[in-house]
Design a protein around this ligand. Structure first.
Ligand code: SF4
Length: 214
């Protein structure tokens, strides 16, 4: 079965694949994921290291003003909206959930700044749930590997969930992210370092094109 072979080969290439955001609690992960939009995990980790040293709980984050939080997270980009969403989501968590991040994805998605992908990451990474958060890497690789032809993240997520065993969903998501970050990059995929050439629609297509042009 192509899917299991794919998982095995991805695992062989990225045995260490897991979430690269640093966190100690589900709340910290939620904040880190909100900060990671349009920003690298490396940058987010630098910012949260400093932030969580002093403000490691929802209650402490709420002691910051909008401007105060903006100052803390400025280097992550889009800091005005990110600070606004973090403070609004945190206020709801403190007032309605006793400061505890809910494990329920539907509830998570009602929080400001939390879309399906963020809810899926928190559910899978902080709570060990089975989910496939579709980010830019998962989306791109799903098309290159012909795992989905859907043009929305939710469509790709549904296709992947239908193809792969549920207990592999979270692992698959980490593997695809690592492969997308370090090997199958958006602009210049390193196909020479990839074990998936024989099952990659994108690679096969490029090969046919280059043969045709000779
Ligand atoms: S063969 Fe190339 S395009 Fe295909 S998955 Fe590997 S790196 Fe990406």
């Amino acid at each position: 079965m192509k899917e299991l072979e794919l998982l095995k080969k991805l695992n062989d290439m990225h045995p260490q694949a897991e979430c690269e955001l640093n966190f100690s609690t589900p709340y910290q992960l939620l904040v880190a994921v909100i900060l990671s939009a349009q920003c690298t995990d490396k940058r987010v980790n630098l910012v949260t290291k400093h932030l969580f040293e002093r403000y490691d709980t929802p209650e402490k984050i709420l002691s910051l003003s909008q401007e105060g939080l903006e100052k803390e997270i400025k280097s992550c980009g889009f800091y005005h909206n990110k600070a606004k969403n973090i403070l609004a989501a945190t206020e709801i968590l403190v007032n309605e959930f006793n400061g505890v991040v809910p494990r329920d994805r539907d509830v998570l998605e009602t929080l400001p700044g939390v879309g399906r992908k963020t809810a899926n990451v928190v559910y899978a990474v902080a709570f060990g749930g089975n989910a496939i958060p579709v980010d830019t890497h998962v989306f791109r690789l799903s098309h290159r590997l012909d795992l989905s032809s859907q043009n929305t993240p939710f469509g790709v997520e549904k296709d992947l969930m239908a193809r792969f065993p549920e207990e592999e969903w979270s692992k698959l998501h980490h593997l695809l992210i690592h492969h997308g970050r370090y090997v199958c990059k958006a602009q210049s995929p390193c196909c020479g370092n990839c074990l998936l050439t024989d099952m990659c629609a994108y690679y096969q297509q490029k090969r046919r094109e280059s043969k045709g042009s000779k």
